[in-house]
Design a protein around this ligand. Structure first.
Ligand code: ADP
Length: 189
């Protein structure tokens, strides 16, 4: 099973991704986590990405393509599928993913949209900033991340709806309840 987890910053994608991957033996591919790792290790790629991430903008498609290709190559044989978290983030990236998956004869089974109202996102992220200290969790950068989400990522909702792949989950419920709602969807045929 191969899945995409879609939703705005602060929707709880990372938290849900971990539970889903444990339960269904999927490989968690979070472009955000991979990029933060590259930045922390001060790699060439991390140096290229840092300023863009600090501004809340999107890292170039070339860099993202390189990341996902490497990651898939390294993990393909180890898992029963992938969970894509934070990718694709735009129509171009959705095309990129299609090409990469076509090459390895894999397709996306479901796209889970974690739906959370904008008014709740700000509070959640401010709380996360206190707990985790992520540089891009400041109010100013968050505004830019939300703008990018609404202009570039949100159109993917219609794209995957048209392909009959999108399943919407209410991300404002408690973590365990959201998790159960997702499991119900994934266990259905
Ligand atoms: P969130 O979903 O909370 O905004 P992520 O951890 O997914 O955060 O991403 C953090 C930052 O990493 C983004 O703001 C962006 O700069 C960069 N990034 C992550 N994934 C992508 C992607 N698929 N394409 C371009 N940039 C990305």
């Amino acid at each position: 099973m191969n899945l995409i987890l879609l939703g705005p910053p602060g929707a709880g994608k990372g938290t849900q991704a971990k539970s889903i991957c444990d339960k269904f033996n999927l490989c968690h591919l979070s472009t955000g986590d991979i990029l933060r790792n590259e930045v922390a290790n001060q790699t060439e790629l991390g140096k290229q990405a840092k300023d863009i991430m600090d501004k809340g903008e999107l890292v170039s498609n070339e860099v993202i393509l390189q990341i996902i290709k490497n990651f898939i190559d390294n993990n393909l044989s180890k898992f029963t599928g992938f969970l894509f978290d934070g990718f694709p983030r735009s129509a171009e990236q959705a095309d990129m993913l299609n090409k990469v998956l076509n090459d390895i004869k894999v397709s996306i089974d479901k796209v889970i949209l974690l739906d959370v109202d904008q008014s709740i996102l700000l509070n959640r992220i401010m709380k996360r900033k206190e707990e985790e200290g992520r540089v891009d969790d400041s109010e100013k950068v968050l505004k830019s991340r939300l703008d990018v989400y609404f202009t570039q990522t949100q159109p993917l909702i219609d794209y995957y709806l048209n392909l009959n792949l999108l399943k919407k989950v209410d991300g404002t419920k408690e973590i365990n309840q959201v998790n159960q709602d997702i499991n119900t969807i994934l266990e259905a045929a």
